[in-house]
Design a binder for this molecule. Structure first.
Ligand code: HEC
Ligand code: HEC
Length: 329
């Protein structure tokens, strides 16, 4: 849209033409479930097999530069069990000047492994393949029947390895990961704020090892009582990558852009009180939004359900946590 827009502004009667063309283009953005296809060059940037991505050096033995971490608030994925790892390039430093949107160095890799009903189904990879903020490639690797390697699946899959688990297609990854400037959603100041006692990566270890350009504030706590913190954390982890007011500009199809005024992020500048959080300001104190949240979180109907992808089962515990908070207003 931007380049066409710039061209049109230089023509006579540009205003009228521009608005007609914008209307047509908005129409073209179409159904919110459509995402742009992943270009071949981006596909080629990732290896075909998980064993070639540098996660393991032998069966289930982590490479020396790969570090486990656990976000404080997890994405519900129909109850799948997950493990997560990060590898920063040698000497690589995360640009944390904007504490809400960490910008990772080229060569960064993050993996997330999924088990469903005890079966290892997929391992997802996000890799920074260039210097620009948007230079990320992402794909899921589906494990083979021998459970000794996994293969990149750009098309995704349904009911993999005899489980009810579905694997998202490569273009869907950015339906969620493309919604935040960082592109990385669970390795952040808010998500790593609690001190890890098990040797996994946390904010103090990142600062100690010189991996962040600016250290995070020492006391970083989510406001509110137990009920409020649980709901705010849940909405941040499960909804804010789409529902925020700082979504990176994107041409082409809508790709899960909600296009409304909701913002469910926990932002570092907003943690003084519950009433100053984006979730409170843009949704929770509004009755119609509270009703919609309950209805959509409690649905798994196409066109209604929230989140609109990556899940086929309602998260009863998550819904109860959010509902317990909503009922206070
Ligand atoms: C429904 C939204 C959604 C979709 C679709 C999705 N992700 Fe994620 N992903 C998240 C969220 C939220 C997190 C952080 C929370 C967590 O790890 O539980 C995350 C975490 C990750 C991580 C760990 C690094 C990080 O960003 O925190 C990787 C790697 C990853 N996803 C890869 C993928 C790939 C590859 C795909 C597509 C095959 C994909 N994801 C599809 C929402 C999504
Ligand atoms: C993958 C992106 C994505 C995620 C994740 C997501 N949403 Fe949405 N949400 C959308 C889109 C797109 C729409 C617009 C749907 C439409 O036009 O019907 C929407 C619409 C909504 C609406 C209706 C807003 C209104 O004013 O009518 C609510 C409420 C909502 N989402 C709540 C949530 C909650 C709560 C979560 C987390 C549990 C969540 N969403 C997660 C993309 C997302």
């Amino acid at each position: 849209m931007s380049s066409i827009g710039a061209y049109l502004r230089n023509l006579p009667h540009a205003g009228i033409v521009l608005s007609l063309v914008s209307a047509a283009l908005l129409g073209c953005r179409g159904d919110y479930h459509d995402c742009p296809a992943i270009p071949p060059a981006r596909r080629a940037a990732l290896p075909r097999r998980l064993s070639e991505t540098g996660l393991f050096v032998a069966k289930d033995k982590l490479a020396p530069d790969v570090r486990p971490y656990n976000p404080a608030f997890a994405l519900w994925s129909d109850g799948a069990e997950k493990r997560r790892w990060i590898a920063l390039p040698p000497g690589g430093v995360i640009d944390t000047r904007d504490m809400n949107e960490w910008i990772f160095p080229e060569g960064t890799r993050l993996w997330k492994e999924f088990r469903r009903d005890g079966v290892r189904v997929e391992t997802r990879l996000l890799q920074k393949i260039g210097p620009r903020e948007e230079d990320w490639a992402a794909v899921a690797y589906v494990w083979n029947a021998e459970d000794d390697d996994a293969e990149a699946s750009w098309e995704g899959g349904t009911n993999v390895r005899g489980t009810p688990h579905d694997v998202p297609a490569g273009d869907q990854c950015f339906g969620c990961h493309g919604g935040r400037r960082s592109r990385v959603l669970g390795f952040s100041a808010v998500q790593l704020a609690r001190t890890a006692s098990d040797g996994t990566v946390d904010l103090p270890s990142l600062a100690r090892e010189g991996r962040v350009s600016n250290p995070a504030p020492e006391s970083l706590t989510i406001p509110g009582d137990t009920v409020e913190r649980a709901a705010l954390g849940y909405l941040h982890a499960n909804c804010s990558h789409c529902h925020n007011q700082a979504r990176p500009e994107a041409d082409g199809p809508r790709c899960y852009d909600p296009d409304n005024g909701m913002d469910l992020r926990l932002l570092l500048g907003d943690l003084g009180s519950v009433a100053s959080t984006a979730a409170f300001r843009t949704t929770v104190h509004l009755e119609s939004r509270r009703d919609q949240m309950r209805k959509r979180m409690g649905s798994r109907e196409y066109d209604v359900q929230m989140p609109p992808l990556g899940t086929e089962r309602v998260d009863a515990a998550g819904l109860a946590a959010v509902d317990a908070w909503l009922r206070r207003y």
